[in-house]
Structure formats: C-alpha cells, structure tokens
Design a protein around this ligand. Sequence first.
Ligand code: B12
Length: 436
Amino acid sequence: MFPLGLCYLATVLTRHTVKILDLNLWTRREADEVLSRTLLEQEPDVVGLSIRNIDTTQRGDIFYYFNEVQPTARLIKRTRPGALLIAGGSGFSIFPRKIMERIPEFDLGVFLEAEDSLPELLDRLDSPGTVKGVYFRHNGSVAFSGARALPDFARLPIPRRDREVIDITAYMRSDGGNIGIQSKRGCCLACAYCNYPHLSGNQLRMRAPEQVADEVQGLLGLGVRRFCFVDNIFNVPRPHAEAVCRELIRRNLDVEWSAWFEVKNTTRELVELARRAGCKHFGFSPDAATDRGLSRLGKGITESDLKRSYRVIRESHGIRAGYNFFILPGMSFREIFKTLTQVVWIPLVTKGKARVMGLGWIRIEPDTEIYRRAVAEGSLAKDAELLPEQHEALSRLFYYDRAHRRFDTIVAWLFRWLDTRLRPIIKRFVRKSRSP
Ligand code: B12
C-alpha cells in the first residue's frame, strides 16, 4: 500500500530532513538488511515506525502483522542506539497503551493523526508530556499527555509524493490502483463493528473539491492515472462527493479511480457522476443481506436499499462493483442462506457487473459496539485479550457462535466452494446472455 500517512507527515515536517523507508517493498530478510544499512547511512536522530495493520482481520486467512513490530523495533535500537524511536499509525492507535507496554523499545508513541502533534513533539523532545496526544514513559510506566483535537484537514497541505520524499514508481502496479488520495477524514456512520469513528473521529473534515482536483492533477503530473480514494466512505456526505466528481469532470482529467461507497447514498445520479469523473470500481460494505442483520449491525439501510443499489449498478455502463458481507452469530437458516446466495445472486442481477468481494466474520476490535455486545452475550470472554501474545489466539477474537463452530466451518467451506467453483460458471453464463 502506498504510505499516504507518511507522505502527509513528511510534508508537514518542513524543518527536518525526512526519509521514508517502506519495509514492505522487500522480503523479510532483505528488509532487515535495508533497514540496518539505511540507519547506518542516514544516522537519524529520530526514527518513526508506522504500525498500520495489526492482523488481517480475516478468520479464513489469519496473519499477525503485529508479530513483526518488536523485532523491527529491536533492530532499530540495536543498529542506532542513540536514536529516539516513536510509534504511530492506525494499528498503534487501536492499542496505544498496550503497544507501549509490550514494546519497551518505543520511547514515544503518537496517538491518531499526527500532522499537528509530531512536529510539536520534535520541537519538545525533552518534555513530551507537554505535547497533547503523546504516549511517553514516566517513572517506569506509560503515561498519556491527554487527548488533542484532530488536525484541520482542509488546511493541511497537499501531501508530497515527489521523488525527494518517496519513489512513487514502486507502487505503480500495472493497474496502478493502490496509490491513495483522501478527500475527507472522519466517519459519521455508526456500524456496530467498526473503529473508523475512533480512528478518525465522527465529525467529517472535508477538503475543498478544487483542492482534491489539484491533488489529482499533481498525481497526473507524476504519471499516476489510476488511484483510489482512501476516505472511510466517499459518498457521505453526498453533496461533497458530488462536488468532487463535478470538479474532476470540469477539469476533464483522464483518470480512473475506485472508492468505498455507502449504499443508500448511491443514487443513479451519483453513480453516473462518479463514472464520468473516472470511477471504475464501487466498493460497498452492506455487511448483511437481510433487514434483521442490517439493523443488528447499525447500518441504517434496508434490504430494499440494497436491491436498489444492485439495479443502479446493473443499469450503469463501464463500471464494476463489489460487496462485502459478514456471517453473524444467531443467524437463522434463512439468513445464512440469503447471505451465501448473494455470491450467485449479485452477479446475476447486476449482469456480471458486481460480485461479492468478501464474506467472513467480524474481527472484534476495541472501542466498538460489537465488542461490548460480544462480552454481554458471552461470545467473547470479559478478559479476552484483543492484542494477544500468540497468533493462535486470534481465531477466538471473531464474532461468531461458539456453540455452532462446526456449522460455521461448513458455511465457510460452502462459501469458498461457491466463490471458486460456481462463480466462473455464472460469469460464463452472464457473458453468454449478454453477447448478441
Ligand atoms: C483505505 C483503507 C484500505 C485500502 C487501502 C488503499 C490504499 N491504496 O491505501 C484497502 C481497502 C486496500 C485496505 C486494505 C487493508 N486494510 Co485497510 N484501511 C483503510 C483505511 C480506511 C484508511 C487508511 C488510510 O489510507 N488512511 C489515510 C492516512 C493519511 O492515514 P494513516 O495511514 O492512518 O496515517 C496517519 C496516522 O495513522 C499517523 N501515522 C501513520 N504512521 C505513522 C508513523 C508515525 C511514526 C507517527 C508518529 C504517526 C503515524 O499519522 C498519519 C497522518 O495523520 C483504514 C481505516 C482508517 N481510518 O485508518 C483501514 C485500516 C488501516 N485497514 C485495516 C486492515 C486490517 C486492512 C487489511 C489487512 C484488510 C485485509 N485483510 O485485506 C488490508 C491490508 C493492506 C496492506 N497491504 O496493508 C485496519 C488496520 C488495523 C487492524 N485492524 O489490523 C484499518 C485500521 C481498518 C480497521 N478495520 O481497523 N485498507
């Protein structure tokens, strides 16, 4: 993934020499060598380590990224013992205190968005407790300096992606789609399982559409035609999304992009506008296929909204869409059947333009309604450790029915079968029925 957060930080740290090193561009062993070599060559006074992912959040494909953090922190400290090590990133901000306690190599930690706090902290490294939003060590324990307001996103400069800051070509896959751009921060939805409001606040902070289009033009100047909006949700509020699309259309920019969309706000007009502005892929997370499930997850939409979105996608041209669903504990047979058959149903009703992208279980994260509910219902132990020591424990941190674990496994198997075996057949069928 293109490290957009780090580009934002490099852009605001104007009084420092900043170098971004993305360890994901190498294999594990190569990464260690590259890291040591870079530390020895650059001799940094401060090293920031961005912890983006804790784990894959997929029950069928568990990988514990967090296990990589301490070895990397140790290597940094060993190679450059004099440098201060600062942790940050979305993964860090989900478990800030625990990570500080577990990994003593971190001298400091910055909670949430860091465009205001990090420059301030670098100016006051001798008194980190006076900078809001910072975890620091005090008398042998971890202390927090106190919450701070999130940055005024509209006023942040356009993040630099030039060669001096980052080699953007390393992220330009053939489809180029993993270069991110942000038109807003925050999320005002209240999906029961989601930590976005915790991570970026429940108040929306938006960029002026002209500024978003300027940034897109900057991407084009760097040779990037394809990108994705990393906004939590692109089309809430709808008028802002429409204004961004209109500005992209007005400037007649030859770009292709993707984004995450909320179902209810996805009207025919918006899809058409987004398509004309270059949107090629619409991602949706309705998460449930029945009214009961949608209401349990606090989605604020109904089955009929969902069906309407299928129709809208079907009637549009030159676009694709994907939908995510969850299996929830306590689902009736009818609900499970309905959720599973979306794999077949969605491609059929959208004439092959949409598909189910993901079907899985909710990873229980702190600061969410599902966490509280799972503990109350007994599907998660009160003292369950959400950042476990051992990766084996991760599989118990999903929201599922313990009493029906075997049944769950059958459902997962069935889904995989539908996905791998049946989907190609449907695709062929849809293609045939579309050809004149
Ligand atoms: C967009 C998005 C995606 C897109 C990414 C598209 C792209 N090209 O970038 C897609 C859909 C592909 C995706 C995939 C995944 N994602 Co995602 N994604 C997001 C989302 C919504 C926004 C990320 C983003 O770009 N933010 C914008 C930038 C500007 O912010 P930032 O990176 O957080 O950086 C700021 C701060 O964190 C901080 N900071 C960052 N680094 C550092 C370092 C230091 C030293 C300091 C001081 C501060 C600091 O300052 C920055 C500026 O304010 C977040 C949720 C969220 N709101 O954070 C989830 C999120 C990051 N994703 C998550 C996950 C799990 C994944 C996947 C593993 C899911 C999967 N199984 O496929 C993959 C992993 C992909 C990968 N290879 O890393 C989790 C990670 C935490 C966790 N639970 O483990 C998040 C937090 C959502 C969640 N459920 O909790 N994702």
